[in-house]
Each structure stands twice: as C-alpha cells, then as structure tokens.
Design a protein around this ligand. Structure first.
Ligand code: PXP
Length: 241
C-alpha cells in the first residue's frame, strides 16, 4: 500500500501572515484524516515561520493517524521531538533564508551528527527517515546512520520541464529507491508533487509513502473558495434580514 502523508505547514503559513487563530492547521489535519490521509506531516522550522510548537503538541493529542515531524538536526529540535513524541521524524536540512527545503540533507558530510540524532530519536521509539537527494552515496549513508527510512527529494523531478530532463530525474529516483530498498530502508518520497506529476513517482514499486503539502493546500483554497464566499454572503444577508 502507498501511504499519503499530508503536510499542513502552509495552512499555518496563511494563519501566521496575520498572526491570528485561523486557519488552524490542526483543524485542517483532522479534515485530512477524515478524508483518508494516512499521516500528517509538519515541519517545525527554527524561525517558526508557519508551524508553532503548540500546533505539534495539539496534533499529538488529537490525531488518530501517524504524526511525522520534519525537523532540523539540532539539539533543540531533538529535545523537542523527545518531549512531544511524534510517531516518525524526518531529518531535513534547514537554512533560514530558504523559501522551502531546497536540497536534501548531506548525510555523507554530517554523518556523526546525523547518526547521533538518529540514535537518540530511535531510542525513544521514534521512527526516523532522512530527507536526501536521490543519490547512491546519500542513500548508503542513510542506512549507515541507522535510519529506518529514506525520503527521496522529488524537487528536481518536479522542477524539470523538458521531457528528457523529467525522464532523467525519474531514473535517478527509481535507482535510488532500488538501492534504498536493497539496503533495507523503507522508501518515502516528497517535495513539489502535484496531482499532475505524482503518477510516475507513485508507480515506483519501492516507494511506500508520499508526503505532499503545498499543492494540496493550494488546491484546498480554490476548491473551498465558492463555499467560503457563499458563507460570507449569507452572513451579510442575515444582518440585513
Ligand atoms: N517532504 C519533506 C521532507 C519536505 O521538507 C516537504 C516540504 O516541507 C515535503 C515533503 C512536502 O513538499 P511540498 O509542500 O512541496 O508538497
């Protein structure tokens, strides 16, 4: 079975744009759960630009499905994860100035630090995946770091436009998925996936989980726009009735 993890970060992005109480990413996560999502993913960034600590705590309390916490490899984030206890943690690189997670974690370069974080999280019963580019050396380093899963970064695939480039990126993903599975890693994938481009990634047999956020939240805004306008028209009309 291919699991879908829904990333609700950008519901919080919209809330934080006004520093108000809505839209609530926890409420969005519960709607996603009711609609069949297999898990909820959130990234608590160092600059707290979208998800806040209390969102993660609330999700931990209220979700019936798996909670996957994306996090930087820092002592502060590991301490937070150990306190809240998500089912899964996905270690990602993080730079304050980036718009989104731009590349995979360089596990080869940061092996000792990554291995230390994996050990502490795994010791607390949290399943750890490492978010890496679809590259054989990074996949091998993921297995050596003791992670139970690898999440393959699909950003380059999603950004490719020319058919030959798309095909080359898919080949990289397929090869990385095969070598990860051979090393005993569970294979996840995500970043930049949309209804239009998800098919070939979902068809990679080794991939068991996809984590998708931005396109779902973007689509939810458009799919919900008519209902939101009707609700407001009704509220205005009631005031004049
Ligand atoms: N997986 C990881 C590790 C990510 O960092 C992100 C982005 O937060 C996603 C999946 C989801 O990417 P998108 O929002 O582009 O669907």
């Amino acid at each position: 079975m291919l699991r879908l993890g829904v990333n609700v970060d950008h519901v919080a992005t919209l809330r934080q744009a006004r520093r108000v109480e809505y839209p609530d990413p926890v409420e969005a996560a519960l709607v996603a759960e009711a609609a069949g999502a297999d898990g909820i993913t959130v990234h608590l960034r160092e600059d707290r630009r979208h998800i806040q600590e209390r969102d993660v705590e609330e999700l931990r309390r209220r979700l019936g499905i798996k909670l996957n916490l994306e996090m930087a490899v820092t002592d502060a984030m590991v301490a937070f994860a150990l306190r809240v206890g998500p089912d899964d943690a996905c270690l990602v690189p993080e730079r304050r100035e980036e718009v989104t997670t731009e590349g995979g974690l360089d596990v080869v370069r940061h092996a000792p630090r990554v291995r230390g974080a994996v050990e502490r999280l795994t010791g607390a019963g949290i399943r750890v995946s490492l978010f890496v580019d679809p590259d054989a050396a990074q996949v091998r380093a993921t297995a050596e770091a003791g992670a139970s899963a690898v999440e393959l970064h699909t950003g380059d695939y999603a950004n490719a436009r020319e058919p030959a480039a798309v095909a080359a990126e898919l080949d990289r993903l397929r090869a990385a998925a095969r070598s990860a599975a051979r090393l005993g890693l569970e294979v996840h994938a995500g970043h930049g996936l949309t209804v239009a481009n998800v098919g070939p990634v979902a068809a990679i047999p080794e991939v068991v989980e996809l984590n998708i956020g931005h396109s779902i939240v973007g689509r939810a805004i458009l799919a919900g726009m008519a209902a939101a306008v009707r609700e407001m028209k009704d509220a205005v009309a009631r005031a004049r009735a």
